[in-house]
Design a protein around this ligand. Sequence first.
Ligand SMILES: [Zn+2]
Ligand SMILES: [Zn+2]
Length: 203
Amino acid sequence: MTIGRIDEQQLKETVSFHGHWCPGLAIGIRAAEWALQEMGKSPDEEIVALVETDMCGVDAIQYLTGCTFGKGNLIHKDLGKNAFTFYRRRDGKAVRLVLRPTIYGDTGPLLGKLYHKSETQGLSEEEEKTWRETRAAVSKRIMESDMAQVFDFKAPQGPVPKKARIFGSITCESCGEPVMETRTRRFNDQVLCIPCFDELEKR
Ligand SMILES: [Zn+2]
Ligand SMILES: [Zn+2]
């Protein structure tokens, strides 16, 4: 299977990077497919992805688009939404992709119920089978639907995030570990890392 600019091999690598195949990963693959098509790949910080979830799909975005946490062009806003904003610095193009709830069809409540049961009392063999098959069907639908069926395309909710900057390190006067200077705190006359500061403040 090839999807947009993502070939079979890349799809396999994405699944092995994430660890398993699931609907969440499929969502991320489709978002990455859109980004590669419309924004291009990001060897540096040219493309920025702002993700509003820390779930499965973000792994596909990191693996496929070149927007990674370590480069600073993958930014997580902890809002618990399947929404992904891509920015292109060169011309300011920016689009927010929001998952359409209709992509789950009528399986949403069923999956929710089964998930809850699996966490509390475990699933019977029959339910296990339903769980697997339903998730596989949803993943397939996400992969095969038109892009406009998967996402709503909206305006970004803010300007392009600032470029990642590198700061010097200072040694924490309590634990002795070097810490980025923008993450230090002052307590009396000491310069401390955040955990040491929190520790002292608790006393
Ligand atoms: Zn997953
Ligand atoms: Zn410390």
